[in-house]
Design a binder for this molecule. Structure first.
Ligand code: ADP
Ligand code: ZN
Ligand code: ZN
Length: 802
């Protein structure tokens, strides 16, 4: 007898280990390690993943339940993934099921339909099955399940008469398309002779087919081109002039016509960097490179040539970009070099499209994946290179379970395949640069822009002086002048608002309160065109109140400098200017971001106005002016990384100007021009910034000098939340050594979210061997007792925001 070890999809279960199930003979041949199964758990059947198969079990057979159903014919989890899941579980303290699920496209987690596809003849099936397949080759399995026909179906599967296919019920799914493969030329001639003079149409068709011998064509195209009916085509196919051919057609989410680009002759700096990367590839050795290059230094060209090398070695590459739907230009550069070898994976795709891209990778139909965070799990089996572009971006950290950082997973997979990992950035994360300085990563530096263009001239405008001079507008004198010049010369400008562009809110002028979300401790955001207030955390929406909910005053108005307001201001200053406003409101539709960028690239607007989202990857020759309207907004966030993030943002946006022939100019407006994050971004002086910021971190006891861990507790009842947060703090203090500081419990930065009160304890430590065991004990306590009381406890071993 055989047993399957199954990780079940049951969250919040106190123990996290595989359960043993009997494999009945019915499923014996179908089941494999890495397959999904349905297994009984408690009163119902749940989804599970087979992580092992054995001949023995410690559990007595009579107490054991049996696998109810095997869901996959081929394993969907490779041995690598099973190993990676175990590592993720320990690394991030999560349930193993979460670690397994995160590697799969959503479509394979739940929402799919299973079909039985007939491969042979209906008459080969047992009589009970025949009626189902009589008129169609594809039957939904649920139908057969209801009729208790799974066993005969299984036999048909084993005999190869039927195959099982998962299908995602979404648009964009893989379609089975029936095509026609034309026979070889000799065969065509034989068929032609057979036909003799009986059918002129058939003869004409065969004559037409000859130049296409061996080709796979669409039947309707053939009929239309030759102007014959399908019956004629069918006639010659029956005589052996062609075969029907089932082909999987993927929907391509990236339909745009791409022009192929060739290799660029590398600069000396680029060449030196690439040589080191290739050396690691030659040696088949894991090495992590931190590629630190100023904006426009040609990091992407290095990625492209390194990937080319991986492909030439018969291997595959993963390229991670922070938010791919926001960087169409970046995707295009990979597509234009590697064409159809590239799959694209990002959150903007439908479930079906994501599944398609995943399948392409799994079936080895592509060599390169370009995608956002989760693409790090692309199911390649022979990786030769992993790249994280803009490696400092916080989007690489997942904020739900499993709370992993894509950088860590990249290095894990790099070790698994003995392949290099490239972390690229103009402004590396402090942790990464510190590791490079220590020699943990190999530092590669590009100091010059690839086309020898000078870095843009950056002016810092002191807005306090503007105010004193009586200018209350959000446009300073110098920026207005520069903008006027650009409009006169027909050059383009990018205006950047350092915040989420829509964050205006309603404020009462009498009592000073803003309208809050009823479920969260957050001001609601004013959406002008819909005349609505929305919560960006829980999705709550309401109409704008006529009076203040607190004091009933009618004196309420909207505040905040959203992009819409800037747009109005520009209109007042330069009514003739064409403005493209890019924010969450104008880019809601799929692909609209890309369309707007294309329009801007074609010169259809003078000014591109937007938030962070336009800072990335923008590369147009006619942009000669960049304006940052308020550099300070990100400096004052309650975040120990505020200075670092501001420096990164300023450097990024400045890098958008003057990337080609025409020189660029940048104006940064600020009320704190003396702040080092702003001053040093002027000339992209990363190293001095690094040194200064490291001192600040050292004194305040933050990473990279100290490690952080965050334990959050939430409950619908504020007293319960506070009480259990207190227990957490006590537990941590009594179990961790004295060198560890436990701060809290304090209320979380958002004290209430989706109607749950949130408290947290922050742990700061340098070395603490007891940390993980203590946290595991705490989690055990939580999973076995607290959970029943409605507490939710989460642990983040690498919190990005605290
Ligand atoms: P980064 O990724 O470092 O910001 P890019 O790779 O986007 O820089 O390069 C900036 C510009 O320089 C792009 O237009 C790119 O095509 C060009 N470029 C890069 N490398 C070279 C090179 N070796 N020779 C000429 N142009 C180059
Ligand atoms: Zn009021
Ligand atoms: Zn809310």
């Amino acid at each position: 007898m055989k047993f399957a070890q199954v990780i079940v999809d049951v969250s919040a279960y106190p123990v996290d280990r595989p359960f043993d199930y009997v494999i009945t003979t019915e499923w014996e041949e179908l089941i494999d390690i890495g397959c999904r199964v349905k297994v009984p758990f408690g009163p119902r059947n749940v989804l599970g993943f087979v992580v092992g198969i054995s001949e023995q079990s410690d559990v007595p057979v009579e107490k054991m339940k049996a696998v109810a159903q095997v869901l996959d014919i081929e394993s969907i989890l490779t041995p690598e993934m099973l190993e990676l899941a175990k590592w993720l579980k320990h690394q991030t303290i999560c349930y193993e099921i979460d670690a397994l699920q995160v590697m799969l496209p959503g479509a394979l987690r739940a929402n799919y339909e299973k079909y039985a596809l007939l491969q042979g003849e209906v008459t080969q099936l047992v009589p009970q099955l025949q009626p189902y397949f009589d008129k169609t080759t594809k039957v939904n399995i649920t139908q057969l399940e209801k009729a208790d026909l799974l066993k005969p179906l299984k036999r048909a599967v084993n005999d190869g008469i039927v195959v099982i296919e998962n299908e995602v019920k979404q648009k964009g799914q893989i379609k089975q398309v029936r095509k026609v493969q034309i026979a070889a030329i000799e065969q065509l001639e034989i068929v032609q002779q057979q036909i003799g003079k009986r059918s002129a149409k058939q003869l004409a068709l065969i004559e037409w087919m000859k130049p296409y011998a061996g080709a796979i064509l669409m039947p309707n195209v053939i009929c239309e081109t030759v102007n014959v009916s399908t019956a004629v085509l069918k006639g010659v196919i029956e005589k052996g002039a062609a075969n029907y051919f089932q082909e999987e057609v993927y929907r391509d989410p990236y339909k745009k016509e791409i022009v192929h680009t060739d290799f660029l002759q590398l600069t000396d700096e680029q060449h030196e960097a690439l040589t080191k990367i290739k050396q690691a590839m030659d040696d088949v050795r894991q090495e992590t490179f931190l590629l630190h290059g100023v904006t426009g230094s040609g990091k992407t060209e290095i990625y492209l040539q390194a990937i080319q090398r991986a492909i030439a070695d018969g291997k595959e590459a993963i390229v991670l970009v922070p938010e791919i739907s926001l960087t169409p230009q970046m995707t295009e550069r990979f597509k234009s070099r590697f064409g159809d070898e590239v799959a694209v994976m990002h959150s903007g795709l439908s479930v079906g499209e994501k599944y398609d891209e995943w399948r392409k990778v799994q079936q080895g139909k592509v060599k390169v994946v370009v995608g956002a965070r989760s693409a790090i799990f692309a199911p390649f089996k022979n990786l030769g290179l992993i790249i994280l572009d803009e490696e400092h971006e916080s989007t690489y950290k997942q904020e739900d379970s499993p709370r992993y950082h894509a950088r860590d997973v990249a290095i894990w997979r790099g070790n698994y395949y003995n392949c290099p990992v490239i972390l690229g950035s103009a402004t590396p994360a402090l942790e990464s640069f510190a590791r490079a300085k220590k020699g943990v990563y190999t530092l590669l530096t590009l100091q010059n822009r690839a086309k020898k263009q000078a870095l843009p001239t950056v002016h810092i405008v002191d807005m306090r002086e503007q105010l004193q001079a009586g200018n209350r507008s959000m446009f300073s004198e110098p920026l207005t002048e520069a903008l006027r010049e650009r409009l006169e010369r027909g050059e383009q400008t990018v205006l950047f608002l350092n915040r989420r562009g829509y964050s205006s809110f309603i404020l009462c002028r009498d009592c000073g309160t803003s309208v809050q979300c009823p479920n969260c401790d957050i001001s609601l955001t004013y959406h002008r065109y819909q005349e609505k207030l929305k919560c960006h955390y829980c999705g709550h929406e309401e109409y704008i109140p006529q009076t203040c909910p607190e004091c009933q005053s009618e004196n309420i108005r909207y505040f905040g400098t959203g992009t819409q307001k800037v747009e109005e201001e520009i209109f007042k200053l330069f009514p003739q200017a064409q403005v493209l406003r890019m924010d969450v409101d104008t880019t809601k539709q799929k692909g609209s971001h890309e369309k707007m960028l294309d329009a801007f690239g074609r010169g259809e607007a003078d000014i591109l106005l937007g938030t962070q989202m336009i800072a990335k990857g923008l590369d147009f020759p006619n942009i000669t002016l960049v304006g940052v309207l308020s550099a300070d907004t990100s400096l004052h966030l309650p975040d120990y990384r505020a200075a670092e993030k501001t420096f990164q943002l300023m450097t990024q946006v400045s890098g958008r100007a003057g990337r080609h022939e025409k020189p660029g100019e940048v104006f940064i407006q600020t009320y704190t021009p003396e702040h080092y994050a702003i001053e040093l971004s002027k000339e992209q002086l990363y190293t001095p910034f690094y040194e200064q910021e490291m001192q600040v971190r050292h004194m305040a006891g933050y990473p990279p000098y100290y490690f952080l861990a965050l334990v959050q507790v939430s409950h619908e009842d504020v007293v319960m939340a506070a009480e259990y947060a207190g227990r957490v703090a006590e537990y941590l203090r009594s179990n961790l050594s004295f060198q560890v500081s436990v701060i809290g419990p304090t209320t979380a930065s958002i004290a209430r979210l989706q109607n749950r009160y949130r408290y947290q304890c922050l742990i700061k430590y340098k070395v603490e061997p007891n940390l993980i065991p203590t946290l595991l004990q705490l989690i055990k306590l939580y999973r076995s007792e607290w959970i029943k009381k409605g507490i939710v406890l989460t642990v983040d071993l690498d919190p990005q925001m605290i």
